[in-house]
Design a protein around this ligand. Structure first.
Ligand SMILES: Cc1cc2nc3c(=O)[nH]c(=O)nc-3n(C[C@H](O)[C@H](O)[C@H](O)COP(=O)(O)OP(=O)(O)OC[C@H]3O[C@@H](n4cnc5c(N)ncnc54)[C@H](O)[C@@H]3O)c2cc1C
Length: 354
């Protein structure tokens, strides 16, 4: 059982910044995310795009914003459960919560902050009969650890950035990489398309277009796939492989959270925005893109603000008899849970005047 003060569901920008604000109040955080990496939409959908409306940053790449947030929260040593979806929640008699993921990991927390954005990103799966029998037995819809493909024969399907980037990366890791796409044109970044072309010429990637993987075969794990080639003859090709990785993008779904008894309006969680972004269940908060209230704006800076106010509420919930006095970081500095301390240099003036 993972123990924490605030369990944050969603490691997007809102969830990450929560760790910082909670840390200032000496509250520990643990984050769960369905994706294998932190950063939410910024990392998954537009890491190389510049954002222009983060206060203090005239321009910042979404991926760099995530890196900076990770650096900023480092002193507060957050825990991460990545690549797992928060599935069930149980409120205990003492008002604390147990949240269990789809992989069975259990987390015990005083408060739960749902920072789930548009929902948990679920992979778009190909329409291949029986493919679910091979999931985790050679079929993967996202790559968590490329080392698992070392010296293996891998078939990747897709025509976007993920399919291109992973084909390039695995060309130097796997024994054999085959990239299958149903069109001849790719939707990825120009330099990635060019790099794939180069690797095809060097026989490091076997490119098959316009084609689709239409069958997966094997006894208890993937042993081969059937590829239907969409040329005039409509040929079929059988390729021996250890892994089949369809990378057709991710679609967000509120998913299991929708069944937690929370008030939902238009696929978002209703919160009390006049106070602390608490939901209709005391101790469960919803912040960032996932919540709704009159005037809501789905912007990163709004998520940061909501996270800040929510942490104050959790502090009061956990310390009902203490009065919190706001301290500026310029004055109080930052005391990390790792023993580090950051503070502004203080001038020592012994005597003022003559
Ligand atoms: C192309 C594009 C450009 C954008 N440009 C800007 C911009 O210029 N400025 C701006 O302010 N905003 C911009 N946005 C919006 C901005 O990205 C979002 O407002 C922001 O990402 C919301 O952050 P979040 O942390 O609330 O949610 P998200 O970033 O959506 O992160 C939520 C995370 O929660 C996870 N999750 C959800 N449910 C579960 C579950 N049950 N279990 C485990 N994990 C779960 C998801 O996997 C996801 O990683 C843009 C969005 C897009 C798509």
């Amino acid at each position: 059982m993972i123990e924490t003060d605030i369990l944050i569901i969603g490691a997007g920008p809102t969830g990450l910044f929560t760790v910082f604000e909670a840390g200032l109040l000496k509250l520990k955080c643990h984050l769960i995310d369905a994706l294998p990496q932190p950063g939410g939409q910024c990392s998954e959908l537009y890491p190389k795009k510049p954002i222009y409306d983060i206060p203090g940053f005239p321009e910042v790449l979404a991926g760099d914003l995530v890196d900076n947030l990770m650096e900023q929260i480092k002193p507060f040593q957050p825990g991460f459960t990545l690549g797992e979806r928060a599935e069930e929640i149980e409120k205990l008699e003492d008002g604390t919560f147990i949240v269990t993921t789809n992989k069975g990991t259990k987390h015990h927390a005083n408060a739960v902050a749902i920072a789930g954005g548009l929902g948990s990103f679920e992979p778009r799966k190909p329409q291949i009969e029986g493919i679910e029998n091979y999931e985790d037995h050679g079929v993967a819809y996202m790559i968590k650890d490329p080392e698992t493909f070392r010296d293996k024969k891998v078939v990747i399907a897709g025509g976007g950035d993920s399919a291109l980037d992973w084909s390039i990366f695995l060309a130097n890791v796997a024994q054999e990489v085959t990239l299958v796409h149903r069109r001849e044109e790719f939707r990825g970044a120009l330099d990635s398309v060019e790099k794939v072309q180069e690797l095809v010429t060097q026989n490091k990637i076997n490119l098959i277009t316009p084609a689709e993987v239409t069958d997966v075969k094997g006894s208890d794990k993937v042993e081969s796939v059937t590829i239907t080639i969409h040329d005039e003859a409509k040929r079929f090709q059988e390729i021996e492989c250890d892994a089949f990785v369809p990378l057709f993008g991710l679609s967000p779904k509120l998913g299991p959270i929708a069944n937690w008894g929370l008030e939902i309006e238009k696929n978002a969680i209703k919160v009390d925005n006049t106070l602390d972004y608490q939901t209709n269940i005391a101790g469960i908060y919803a912040i960032g893109d996932v919540n709704t209230y009159p005037g809501k704006l789905k912007l990163i800076l709004c998520g940061f603000h909501e996270a800040t106010l929510m942490c104050q509420s959790v502090y009061q919930r956990m310390n009902p008899n203490k009065k919190y006095v706001l301290k500026y970081t310029t004055v109080g500095g930052i005391d990390g849970f790792d023993g580090s301390r950051k503070e502004a240099e203080k001038a020592v003036i012994k005597k003022i005047g003559s």
